[in-house]
Ligand binder design. Sequence first.
Ligand code: URA
Length: 436
Amino acid sequence: MRMYDLIKKKRDGGVLTEDEIAYMIQGYTDGRIPDYQMSAMMMAMYYQGLNEAETLTLTMEMAHSGDLLDLSAIQGVKVDKHSTGGVGDKTSLALTPMVAACGVKVAKMSGRGLGHTGGTIDKLESFTGFHTDITTEQFLSQVNRIGIAIMGQTADLAPADKKLYALRDVTATVDQMSLIASSIMSKKLAAGADAIVLDVKTGSGAFMKKEADAAALAREMVRIGNGAGRKTTAVITDMDQPLGYAVGNALEVREAIDTLSGSGPKDFLELCLTLGSHMLLAAGKADRTEQAREKLLGVIADGSAREKLAEFVAAQGGDADMVYHPERLPEAALKESIPAENDGYIEGIVCDEAGICSLMLGGGRETKEDVIDLSVGIVFHKKKGDAVRKGEAVATLHANDKAKLAAAKERLSRAVTISAEPVAKTPLIRQVITQA
Ligand code: URA
């Protein structure tokens, strides 16, 4: 077999066989197929697309290109959750202790990530001493013992995807539906869970700006997951404004703790209940959505979800007292509010801009080497459609540097718009997809 012939076949609209895709992925992972040939293949795939069988084969080959996490030592159904990402997305921080408190086994690999805030691991490091540097044995035994553990992504999980994603990033071939779906799902399949719940975001702050595109991506991922024998559900959710009120690492941790204490933002709680109920259904911990929601609300009301977070933080070396005393979380020195310029209704909060302002304050990384300031960020006081009076604070910036604060404040003021006329609220949960 020759890579040249495979590129030509795809370029001319042909369908690659299982053997051809296996040859290509194994060869690329080993370094036998050079970047320039793979770049040409990615561009051919970008234009010609992949059919369902090709997409599934590509995903399985990438999933099997490195280590597969073997979760069989954990008793019960293991359920994973993945979000395509957005501004203020602190879902894992509240959702995983909620479902673990309901008896679902959560064995999660998370990342740090570039962008407007850190990833789940960075956020969790707001708890003094918390670390994810644990062996696979410790990870498995912690899940069996307390029902929840989070570890960093090992280098050898789906290495083909790691290489390919980096190549796609510099060859303008990221935004192809089948390539995105296979990239995300290869990592999820390699991470070993029996069932997967996907939160696919849509709107100005999401990868997929249009709901129809988000739904198409979701269907593709559900098809792959179910095709690979993992029960997969996708929920399409709004990312046209930041999720909840807080954007920034420790600020988001605090909001997650508030949610576990019963005083979190309505939209964020609703997202946790929706995703959580599908996780409970997948794990066989509930038969109906309503019953699952009641269980999830129950573990908030009786305090066991918050206790589960404290238990999890302590198990991974963190100061669990901060879960009960969030005022001990990292806090910025400077706080300044943005007042509404007029009476009216919040017309919109440009999601991407809110993310950039958090990054400008030091809350995220632009390069892998950047050090995050966990204490900075933004707390909004209003959501789209809320009434506001002239002079009332619409957001408060948390900063440690006067110049950064001034620049972010100026930019954020332009990202929040007010209308004199009432504005309709945007629904958070758009669609649930269980079958492609
Ligand atoms: N996230 C991924 O992991 N892969 C993609 O291709 C796009 C987003």
